[in-house]
Design a protein around this ligand. Structure first.
Ligand code: AHR
Length: 503
């Protein structure tokens, strides 16, 4: 049997222009993300700075626009001064967040150099766990002040004559979580974040700031944490952060593929919370969202319990992703795009080795996980204007969700290239889905290609040796007389690219 769904794309039905930073990612001093991931001096593929060029190439292909750094939980115990200046003077420290040893051989300046090399902007987090206003003002002076002061001249002395000009800054990380070094109540965090924001802006008024929200929707303080902390920070910041990870812990794939409905609900809740504070404050400003950690994370939980404490760059959080994880990641990307009016930054957490689309072997090769592909397709083809399609899809009930549309989809119009990209997941585990999409609003548009990521085995994974899950462009989409038709195979990720004068 084939399921049938209908869709209409109308040029005037739009969500918003997409901020490219929605395709951002994250590198934390955690596991092998930095050491053995992006940085491995002596590796045959490393350049003179020790940056692995095989990894950099995979990242450039993804066109990652912004990368958050240096954490994560790590930042709440980090002394940024440990990671600058001559390497031989840098101290080894206990990292209490991940129970490892941090060598500090890689720090702020190396990260800025590395990010430039892969064509990404830096999103820097300050430590509001063990530290606060003083550290933050010094770090921003070191990074962004032109010169003639203690910290800016120190940067020059370290070989960086020009300021790093870092625009986007996070005021701490997950301060609502009891696991966080220096965990704070919403009231405590709100006060500290406000005072830190004020001083950071005095150093550099051109920056953008992110206030911490809840670590996830199951926190007992969600969403009051946002409401209370934003009472303090609302006028001083530009974004509030959201974090969410999912996992197929129960083995119920029908529910797992519907978790993007939960993500959608999360985003709506935070939009409403921000707007409630806006109303309370009689503010003219609308706060945007920075979804600066999102992904699947659960495969590595057991293995991580066996890691030797205080080791250097151990293989932590090394989830090996299945094909079904790639489908959920695709749905999560679709959900972020549906909220492109308010979600301006998002970071797939993380980028290399640690819950990542890219994996490496120390001293050896690198490879693409299953989730690399939906991220690649959306980042490369999903730039422009997020459209608001009208969709009518058959639905199913699962153990955890009711009324789950089999078709999860959205589309992006790129006016410069005169292209439309329709991205879609068919959530059905048994049946293909026949899609009829009205594109009369785009006369002359025809199919460039129909890329499909599919696999019979939902648990299939990629390894260094074998890329079992990879896309092909043999989908059957066709367009004629303003009607786009395509069959989306059962449990598949689809990218249908349309261009002008192709019809
Ligand atoms: O990305 C891994 C961890 O998840 C981050 O350090 C933390 O912010 C979150 O809990």
């Amino acid at each position: 049997m084939t399921l049938k769904a209908k869709m209409t794309l109308e040029k005037d039905f739009t969500v918003a222009e997409i901020d490219n930073r929605i395709y951002g990612s994250f590198i934390e001093h955690l596991g092998r993300a930095v050491y053995g991931g992006i940085y491995e001096p002596g590796h045959p593929e490393a350049d003179e700075s020790g940056f692995r060029q095989d990894v950099s190439k995979l990242i450039r292909d993804l066109r990652v626009p912004i990368v958050r750094y240096p954490g994560g939980n790590f930042v709440s115990g980090y002394n940024w001064e440990d990671g600058v200046g001559p390497r031989e003077n840098r101290p080894r420290r206990l990292d209490l967040a991940w129970r490892t040893t941090e060598t500090n051989q890689f720090g702020t300046n190396e990260f800025v150099d590395w990010a430039r090399g892969v064509g990404a902007e830096v999103m820097m987090a300050v430590n509001l766990g063990t530290r606060g206003i003083d550290e933050a003002r010094n770090l921003i002076e070191y990074c962004n002040h032109p010169g003639g002061t203690y910290w800016s001249d120190l940067r020059k002395q370290h070989g960086y004559a020009q300021p790093h000009a870092i625009k986007t800054w996070c005021l701490g990380n997950e301060m609502d979580g009891p696991w966080q070094i220096g965990h704070k109540t919403a009231e405590e965090y709100g006060r500290l974040a406000l005072e830190t924001a004020k001083v950071m802006r005095w150093v550099d008024p051109t920056i953008e700031l992110v206030s911490c929200g809840s670590s996830n929707t199951s926190m007992p303080t969600f969403p009051q944490y946002e409401a209370t902390s934003l009472e303090h920070t609302y006028e001083a910041v530009d974004y509030v952060s959201l974090h969410q990870y999912y996992g197929n812990r129960s083995g119920d794939t029908a529910s797992y593929l519907a978790y993007s409905l939960d993500l959608d609900h999360f985003i709506r809740t935070i939009k409403s919370t921000c707007d409630y504070i806006k109303a309370k404050k009689r503010s003219k400003k609308t706060l945007n969202l920075s979804f600066d950690e999102w992904n699947v994370w659960f495969h590595s939980n057991e293995a991580d319990k066996k890691i030797e404490p205080w080791s250097v760059a151990p293989p932590q959080l090394e989830d090996v992703y299945t094909f079904e994880d790639a489908l959920l990641v695709g749905s999560m990307l679709i959900t972020l795009l549906k909220h492109a009016d308010r979600v301006k930054i998002a970071c797939l957490a993380q980028l290399v080795n640690v819950i990542a689309p890219i994996m490496t072997v120390n001293g050896g090769g690198s490879w693409k996980q299953t989730i690399y592909y939906p991220y690649l397709h959306t980042s490369v083809y999903g730039r422009g204007i997020a459209l608001q399609p009208v969709i009518s899809s058959p639905k199913y009930d699962s153990k955890e969700f009711t009324d789950v549309p089999y078709l999860d989809s959205t589309a992006v119009y790129n006016p410069e290239l005169e292209e439309i990209t329709l991205i879609a997941v068919n959530r059905s585990l048994e049946e293909s889905l026949s899609l009829a999409c009205d594109i009369r609003s785009y006369p002359g548009y025809g199919v460039i290609e129909h890329i499909v990521l599919e696999h019979e085995d939902l648990k299939a994974v990629n390894t260094l040796e074998q890329e079992a899950v990879k896309p092909h462009n043999g989908g059957n989409a066709s367009a004629r007389d303003g009607l786009l038709e395509a069959v989306l195979p059962k449990h598949s990720w689809n990218v249908i690219r349309l261009g002008k004068n192709r019809g």
